[in-house]
Design a protein around this ligand. Structure first.
Ligand code: LLP
Length: 404
């Protein structure tokens, strides 16, 4: 993705032309970037070749998951819908892990029937439910228990999951009780200790702390796990200048743990695989001026892309066609939805914009389309995957007639 002269290219495709054909708002992904991210992820942890399960919640587009699967990844799912999608994309069930605090009995039953690698359980009640189902099906089910390591991930509070006040996982005391209980069970087999402390983590220290907690606990209970599932959470830089996660240090810390406890590592990355592969192209509908601000009213809104409204997340906005003339005004980029939080970003010194100009909202591949909704009865955007000069529509634009 780059400008050549003043036009924006995704691989070999001119975005202006693409937009003419498919209109806006439009999600567009680069296959090359996806492949690059996956290869990089593998390279970062090469020394212990983990099982990498892509977190479908970050992007659950069937055709994209198929590509991710072809590049060798498994899947991390959190609902029956995601599990069905992963299987439909051809992901091997022995490369699927299932997390979530509230899996229903019917969801668990489906996962058991599909013989997935692990159900990562998050409570005593859930373990008992799995045991009950396994007994009725006369099966032995492989499970993990998710530990809440009470570790601050130093990320946005809304996407932090590893502190004791968060609803995720079980505390150390319950963990130990469950290990002892499962040891005696004829129907469940404890294979994994899992954790996930949060998302958009760019400091390796919380990961180091989490690993120390795991090490201490395993030594205390003296149990041989076949897998340790470290979750995902690896952050990306949404602002070019921002700090990046030090993968070398994270990998080093994991290796240290593996020296003491030999087992297979599982990761569940979402954002780091897909985040920077996607952009959202949008057209300026109107420009509305008042004394202090210019509102740039876009045809994309919080229903298409929720992160700024939901978390105050800042995503770069850049022009699709670059021009020289810079505006002296402050632009607030907003959507047409009837909510004050329906805004993307406030920018000073953007290039001078006119109505009908096109802009690009960057790094929306993760938690973009997957968090979109039909709020205000707006249709969801078309999604395009670019591979070299090849364009595939990976999701059609919704039609109003299906909503009305
Ligand atoms: N594994 C589990 C158990 C998770 O809960 C999550 C994310 C992941 C893996 C993947 O995390 P990632 O590698 O993508 O950080 N909607 C929010 C992010 C919510 C993340 C929820 N769990 C956002 O847009 O920032």
């Amino acid at each position: 993705m780059k400008y050549i002269k003043n036009s924006f290219l995704i691989e070999k495709v001119n975005l202006q032309k693409l937009t003419k054909k498919f209109e806006t708002p439009l999600y567009c992904y680069s296959y090359e970037k996806l492949k690059h991210n996956i290869n990089n992820f593998k390279l970062n942890f090469k020394s212990f070749s983990p099982l990498i399960c892509f977190a479908l919640k970050a992007n659950s587009n069937l055709k994209i998951i198929k590509e991710i699967k072809k590049l060798g990844l498994g899947a991390d799912v959190v609902s029956k819908g995601e599990l069905m999608k992963a299987l439909k994309a051809g992901v091997n069930s022995k490369k699927i892990v299932y997390s979530g605090v509230g899996k229903t009995s019917s969801e668990l039953s489906y996962a058991i029937d599909k013989k997935i690698l692990l159900i990562n359980s998050e409570s005593r009640s859930e373990v008992l439910e799995i045991e009950k189902l396994a007994k009725s099906k006369k099966k032995i089910v492989d499970i993990g228990i998710r530990l809440n390591p009470n570790t601050d991930a130093k990320t946005l509070s809304q996407i932090s999951t590893g502190k004791k006040e968060n609803k995720f996982g079980v505390n150390e005391k319950t963990f130990i009780e469950l290990v002892n209980y499962i040891k005696k069970s004829k129907y469940i087999n404890l294979k994994c200790l899992s954790v996930h402390i949060g998302s958009q983590i760019i400091n390796h220290k919380p990961y180091e702390k989490m690993l120390r907690v795991i090490d201490k606990l395993i030594r205390k209970i003296n149990y041989k796990f076949e897998f340790i599932d470290l979750g995902g959470g690896m952050g990306i830089s949404y602002q070019e200048s921002k700090k990046k996660l030090n993968y070398k240090k994270y990998s080093h810390a994991v290796k240290k743990l593996l020296k003491k406890h030999d087992c297979k590592i599982i990761f569940e990355p979402g954002r780091s695989i897909i985040g920077n592969t996607g952009i959202l192209v949008s057209k300026v509908i109107y420009i509305k001026e008042n004394q202090t601000k210019n509102f740039i009213i876009l045809d994309a809104a919080m229903n298409d892309f929720m992160r700024p409204a939901l978390y105050g997340a800042k995503h770069r906005i850049i022009p699709l066609n670059r021009k020289r003339e810079i505006s002296k005004k402050t632009y607030e980029f907003v959507g047409p939805i009837c909510e004050t939080t329906d805004k993307f970003l406030t920018i000073n010194k953007f290039q001078k914009l006119n109505e009908k100009d096109l802009v690009i909202i960057c790094d929306v591949g993760a938690y973009g389309s997957s968090l979109s909704s039909n709020y205000n009865l707006r249709t969801k955007p078309v999604e395009i995957l670019v591979k070299g000069s090849k364009i595939s529509v990976v999701k059609k634009r919704q039609k109003l007639k299906d909503l009305v």
